[in-house]
Design a protein around this ligand. Structure first.
Ligand SMILES: [Zn+2]
Length: 312
């Protein structure tokens, strides 16, 4: 638990410290770099250092999240809670579905959750760049109402269960960047993710992005900052909904990790998750990037170009 609190604190600090101007616009130059068949010049990732303000950071003392809700019932792998009686789905039907999704995701990851997973529904997030689901430790919040489509709900649930199960393993959790974290949870959601989006596979989705020129290069924004800001003005995308960008980036990372797994194997995939990470001193937060070059012998943009040439 201590480690989890430490992890949350680091996430909090990093989120608080991200400069808003870190988002780089997607432009034609980047696209043309990735479409060159020869290996592009290596883009080496930088170590980022943020100063902790002299007033310090007010990190709230975490309370157990489940204490905020009322426990309703349990199934084999879940504990169900309610937020002030809010229940937008048929509970018995939903519990069956959730067990099925759990079975699929845990089999795909070949990992079982160490403890039962907490699950609660809340009303849809109405912010300008909304969350559809969230996982803190092994507790999942789904933002939905009766209008939320079932395929979407199952796709989001599978993704969140991916996060909740991944914390049970040291090997594929708590990576240095959000791209790896969200990519792995999306990969874990597998068919539930692609069915929701109406495609047979992650690769089919990537081909579609490339064809329609909606593909977003992943090497420039490893922390997916563009996925949480709205609206974003870019040369290729004007005023694009952040959810569209988020789904594209999550799917791209899932497909990219799938490629690394197939071509380079699980050992190297685990090594990339173990590399890099945040370190905190009294005055600074130092974020070391994942070491793609050291592990794969190619910089991330070179791996991305290799993958796109393979997928086309
Ligand atoms: Zn996620």
């Amino acid at each position: 638990m201590k480690r989890f609190i430490y992890f949350l604190s680091i996430v909090f600090i990093l989120t608080a410290c991200f400069p808003a101007d870190k988002v780089k616009p997607v432009n034609e130059e980047v696209h043309s770099q990735l479409s060159i068949h020869a290996t592009p010049t290596a883009v080496l990732l930088e170590t980022n250092v943020w100063q902790i303000p002299s007033s310090g950071l007010n990190i709230p003392t975490p309370v157990p999240i489940e204490s905020l809700y009322k426990k309703v019932t349990e199934s084999e792998h879940f504990v169900y809670y309610q937020d002030q009686g809010y229940q937008p789905v048929d509970l018995n039907y939903w519990m069956d579905q959730a067990e099925k999704v759990y079975g699929y995701v845990s089999q795909r990851l070949n990992i079982e959750a160490e403890e039962k997973i907490g699950l609660v529904f809340q009303e849809p997030d109405t912010s300008s760049c909304p969350s559809r689901g969230m996982t803190a430790g092994n507790f999942i919040i789904l933002y939905a109402d009766q209008q939320t489509g079932e395929k979407q709900l199952l796709g989001i649930l599978a993704h969140e269960i991916g996060h909740a199960i991944l914390i049970s393993t040291e090997k594929l959790s708590r990576p240095a960047t959000r791209g790896l974290d969200e990519g792995m949870a999306t990969w874990a959601a597998g068919d539930y993710w692609t069915n929701w989006n109406g495609y047979p596979s992650f690769d089919a989705m990537i081909r579609e992005y490339l064809e329609k020129s909606t593909y977003i290069p992943i090497y420039q924004d490893l922390d997916l900052i563009a996925a949480y800001q709205e609206p974003l003005e870019t040369k290729l995308h004007s005023q694009v909904d952040c959810l569209v960008i988020r789904d594209i980036l999550y799917t791209e990372w899932a497909a990219f990790l799938d490629y690394l797994l197939q071509q380079y194997g699980m050992e190297k995939l685990e090594a990339i998750f173990q590399s890099g990470g945040a370190e905190m001193t009294e005055t600074e937060v130092i974020n070391y990037p994942p070491d793609f070059y050291g592990i794969f012998g190619l910089a991330i943009n070179q791996l991305e170009a290799e993958w796109l040439a393979w997928i086309r």
